[in-house]
Design a binder for this molecule. Structure first.
Ligand code: NAP
Length: 305
């Protein structure tokens, strides 16, 4: 494949940015990859692994001369990073991000960007519960969806970014920010909150039962613990930034839970059977769509389970 961007600046060098670097290298998509991270420890690890051509100390330095800038830091840090790089961006550069929430990121980032750059927010629906520069791998985005938010940006700039994601192995869909936030609340954010809660409940219980919860941990609970091992900073920021959609979906979830609770209390086996039959069909649909091995933001079964 041929070079799509001459110089790509990765701001933040964790799971997503390092995976992008590996994926771009795999297909020869970037003339040069410049990286930076907040801590010298992360920068040193990135230098040691060598997935960037150069690792520099500041975001302002990293974006100089870059025709693509990728913000790959937690959602709550995007605004401050945008403020730092704004004055140093090259004319005509594309700025994108990989944040798990879109409306709040656009609100935080857009005011800091000059008119002469194209801002095309994005979100790869691929991840693991691991974080940091050592956790990245080239195949992370293969056959996973990446959502791009056109956000009124120049069509050529948007299409070029779409070409990059496709060449990194991803399937690309365009969506508006509010719709993205609602869909992701259902498919990723609220399920994470439920997993965190379930593991918290079990942890309370394990104190009573002397760690039987861990000893006899069965498949359902083990899956929850993997999800609940996801990075606390990232997920704190996701819920703070996607508050409305999360509360909307949690409200619906609570209603359904109460309905199931009533069915159990009243011994309504038919209602339970019908409900589980309906949910089983959803699982079959996911398998048929080829999206079962690595659910969005949910861990990568093949690699680490
Ligand atoms: P990660 O592995 O934890 O890496 C985060 C990077 O951001 C690190 O380089 C870290 O620097 C830097 N950083 C953290 N706090 C910062 C701050 N306040 N200011 C500046 N830099 C800061 O995270 P990730 O999983 O790659 O996630 C990055 C973004 O992708 C997030 O917005 C997340 O919502 C999104 N995302 C994640 C997943 C997933 O499953 N993990 C999937 C899709 C999208 P240091 O290492 O030096 O601290």
């Amino acid at each position: 494949m041929s070079v799509i961007y001459n110089r790509v600046a990765l701001i933040g060098l964790g799971l997503i940015a390092s995976s992008m670097a590996h994926a771009m290298r795999r297909a020869g998509l970037a003339g040069e990859i410049i990286g930076t991270a907040r801590s010298s420890e992360t920068r040193d690890i990135a230098r040691e692994i060598g997935f960037c051509d150069r690792v520099v100390d500041t975001a302002a330095e990293a974006v100089v001369g870059a025709d693509l800038v990728v913000l790959a830091v937690p959602v709550g840090a995007m605004g401050a990073v945008a403020a730092e790089i704004g004055p140093h961006l090259q004319d005509g550069a594309t700025v994108t991000d990989v944040g798990s929430v879109k409306a709040a990121v656009i609100e935080a980032v857009a005011p800091h960007l000059p008119d002469h750059v194209h801002f095309v927010p994005g979100h790869p629906l691929a991840g693991t519960e691991h974080s940091g520069p050592r956790s990245g791998f080239a195949a992370l985005f293969d056959n996973r969806w990446t959502i791009l938010i056109p956000n009124g940006a120049d069509t050529t700039a948007t299409e070029r970014l779409r070409d990059l994601w496709q060449a990194m192995g991803a399937l690309v869909e365009m969506m508006d920010a509010e719709h993205h936030d609602l869909v992701l609340s259902v498919t990723s954010h609220t399920p994470h909150l439920i997993a965190y809660t379930m593991v918290g409940v079990a942890d309370d219980l394990s104190r009573v039962t002397d760690s039987e919860v861990i000893k006899y941990s069965a498949a359902g609970f083990r899956d929850f613990t993997r999800i609940a091992a996801s990075d606390p900073t990232m997920w704190r920021d996701v819920f703070l930034a996607n508050k409305d959609a999360t509360l909307e979906i949690l409200g619906r979830f609570t209603e359904e839970l109460f309905a199931l609770q009533r069915s159990i209390r009243t011994g309504d086996g038919d209602a339970l059977f019908d409900y589980f039959t309906r949910t089983r069909a959803i699982r079959r649909g996911i398998i048929e769509a080829g999206q079962d091995t690595d659910a969005p933001d949910f861990g990568r079964t093949g690699k680490r389970d």
